[in-house]
Ligand binder design. Structure first.
Ligand code: ADP
Ligand code: MG
Length: 248
């Protein structure tokens, strides 16, 4: 499956999500074009993770529609596994299998989900470990790697599935400061290669330098959506200014 030309890669329309009485997303509209990098910023509890999770149906929206690659994923008849194969996700916690080697962490989902044979899966694993600069860790176990290396393995594992879109939820928030740079460098490479990316992050330097657009969320709505220069350098709303002033 590929996205029809001219279609946004991700389209969110009138999205609401409630957990019981707690309305966490209160009407989100967002379009992300093919190859676009969008950073989502905002205070804790503003609904950033929930938004990301609605984009691959880890959460089911209460109301509204979500399209990925032109396919409506909120359509009850959609083959959600087929949609999820188009979307890679990287979390704050890397969630590697501790009892599997780095290579096995990359080959297992390819074999299970994509039904690739052993040789093909191993080849794709090696290619993607090389992309994230970790070829020498192919037979290592996750516990012997630094947090930054583990997160790069998690990125390689997602890439090995051949996604059209990558979603990142605070991928560097659990890392020691000296390990953040290597992970951001891999994400920067992906952006340069034209990957469509949605990145929840507090790394304002990354957002300023890599994002095509920055979206500021607060209280379950999008307050500002614009270029980094607009949203980070010249925010129009007090809430954005207040948030940014506490980060810097
Ligand atoms: P952010 O990522 O911006 O910090 P989240 O999307 O994680 O915000 O959370 C927004 C709100 O939704 C919070 O009040 C949180 O407690 C609530 N929430 C998130 N996930 C769940 C869930 N699975 N069940 C109940 N409440 C949730
Ligand atoms: Mg979050």
């Amino acid at each position: 499956m590929t996205t029809p030309p001219g279609k946004p890669e991700i389209e969110v329309r009138g999205l609401h999500k409630a957990f019981g009485a707690n309305e966490v997303l209160r009407g989100i509209d967002l379009e992300i074009g093919q190859g676009e990098v969008v950073c989502v910023i905002g205070p804790s509890g503003s609904g950033k993770s929930t938004l990301l999770r609605c984009v691959n149906l880890l959460e089911v929206p209460t109301k509204g529609r979500v399209f990925v690659g032109g396919t409506e994923i909120t359509d009850p008849d959609v083959d959600i596994d087929a949609v999820r194969r188009r979307i890679g996700m990287v979390f704050q916690q890397f969630n590697l299998f501790p009892h599997l080697s780095v290579t096995e962490n990359l080959t297992l989902p390819q074999r299970r989900v994509l039904r690739r044979d052993k040789t093909e899966a191993a080849k794709v694993a090696a290619e993607n470990l090389r992309r994230v600069g970790l070829s020498e860790k192919a037979i290592a176990y996750p516990a012997s790697l630094s947090g930054g290396q583990q997160q790069r393995v998690a990125i390689a594992r997602a890439l090995a599935m051949g996604p059209e879109v990558m979603l990142f939820d605070e991928p560097t928030s659990a890392l020691d400061p000296e390990l953040v740079g290597d992970v951001l460098a891999v994400m920067r490479m992906l952006a340069n290669e034209g990957m469509t990316m949605m990145v929840v992050t507090h790394e304002m330097t990354f957002a300023r330098e890599v994002a095509d657009r920055v979206v500021f969320m607060d209280g379950g709505v999008i307050i500002e959506d614009g270029t980094p220069a607009q949203v980070i350098t010249n925010p129009r709303h007090d809430r954005t200014r207040h948030f940014l002033s506490r980060l810097l």
